[in-house]
Design a protein around this ligand. Structure first.
Ligand SMILES: *Cc1c(COP(=O)(O)O)cnc(C)c1O
Length: 393
């Protein structure tokens, strides 16, 4: 089907939530490349917004999926699910979490994390119900997560918002202290804000945040939906900050393209959920958790955290060496990269890179977001940098 036909079909039938999309549709992928039906190839340095950590059609990954597909897709969490138990173990063995619950998306995992923090205090008869998050954050699109997300553009049409959420500027301890009340039950933050353009927590801020939460009996939740699963060169970004959250959430890369989210909690707070307190039909089904297990296997076997660290550094150094006058700052954490430019430049570059058959993202016209699959190699980074230099001339 020609792209013009697909666009026409979409406009006629699909809700207009995405507006005029980038005018391309892909038929298949291989490694860090995507291919249209006509066989045109694109270098994918956006990885489905940090989902396709293993790139596309990774052989061992698709084999594991096929194997599970032929056996069983879904049963129900009213029965025990082997892959669910195994994937939960994989996460607890590799993180500060003691218990895991599976959802189907990032927003849904964050919802469950906030519910867990609330019920933890509810069961102690404590009137702690409120959640503090950061401005410019992004936590998803459900009603409660729209309230959690510190960006008015996502909230305005949906008033009244879920009550109990307030927002403070990032890396401002005084503002945070001022916002904390006796009713604060949780502070929810991204270790590195992704959607708003790669803005990290400072290490000193993260440390103070942890201390404040301990001091004031507040649950610290890290939204690692985007930063988790090796993206930053660490399996989880909290390891980079040197601070352990009480709860962290995962989604995007966890299923390598199969929808799955996770709430990962320390024992003391995990105890808040008892039978009947939370649930979902699909969460952690045999297929989604098989995908998660295969993602863990491949990240370990192919040393993808290390690769993300090395390749991210390589990419940032090569971009720096171009000495492009439009670039103001390069924020690079493994393969989570934001290139801040003069106003408008990033948007122009994204467009022009697309014409050069390279896929990246941009924020507010001035931050180029580069999120290659974690399997990326030097040669492909060289290709990206060459195209960027042609584009930015
Ligand atoms: C993408 C994202 C979400 C939302 O995940 P969905 O699967 O789209 O619901 C939440 N938090 C962060 C940090 C994200 O990057």
């Amino acid at each position: 089907m020609k792209i013009e036909e697909i666009i026409k079909l979409d406009k006629a039938n699909y809700l207009n939530t995405f507006g005029d999309r980038i005018p391309v549709a892909f038929e298949r992928g291989e490694g860090v490349y995507l291919y249209t039906e006509e066989g045109e190839s694109y270098l994918d340095f956006f990885a489905g917004i940090a989902v396709n950590a293993l790139g596309h059609a990774h052989k061992n990954f698709t084999e594991a999926l096929h194997e599970q597909l032929d056996k069983l897709l879904h049963t129900s969490s009213i029965y025990y699910v082997k892959n669910q138990a195994l994937l939960a173990q994989r996460i607890t063995q590799n993180s500060c979490a003691d218990k895991v619950y599976f959802a189907n998306s990032g927003a849904e995992a964050n919802e469950a994390a906030v519910k867990l923090a609330k019920i933890y205090f509810y069961k102690q008869d404590k009137n702690k119900t409120d959640v503090i998050t950061l401005r410019s954050s992004f936590h998803g699109r459900t009603m409660a997560m729209v309230a959690a997300t510190g960006q008015e553009k996502y909230q305005k049409p949906y008033y009244p918002l879920t009550p109990g959420f307030s927002h403070v500027p990032i890396n401002d301890i005084a503002a945070l202290k001022a916002a904390i009340t006796d009713k604060t039950c949780a502070i929810l933050v991204e270790p590195i804000q992704g959607e708003s353009g790669v803005h990290p927590l400072e290490m000193s801020y993260a440390k103070k945040l942890r201390e404040l939460c301990d001091e004031k009996d507040i649950i610290l939740i890290f939204d690692e939906v985007q930063t988790g699963m090796g993206r930053t060169g660490h399996l989880f970004a909290y390891q980079m900050l040197g601070v352990e959250p009480d709860i962290f959430t995962l989604a995007k890369a966890l299923g390598g393209g199969i929808p799955i989210g996770a709430v990962c909690a320390k024992d003391f707070v995990a105890k808040g959920f008892e039978p009947g307190d939370h649930g979902g039909t699909f969460g952690g089904n045999p297929f989604a958790t098989a995908a998660g297990l295969a993602v863990f296997d491949i990240i370990e076997k192919e040393h993808l955290c290390e690769n993300a660290a090395i390749m991210g550094k390589y990419l940032a150094e090569k971009v720096k060496a171009l000495s492009l006058p439009q670039i103001k700052q390069i924020r690079q954490f493994g393969l989570m990269i934001g290139i801040e430019t003069e106003d408008g430049a990033a948007q122009l570059w994204q467009k022009s890179l697309f014409e050069h058959k390279v896929l990246v993202g941009s924020v507010a016209g001035k931050i180029l977001r580069v999120l290659p699959p974690l399997i990326v190699e030097r040669l492909q980074i060289d290709e990206f940098v060459e195209k960027l230099s042609e584009t930015a001339k």
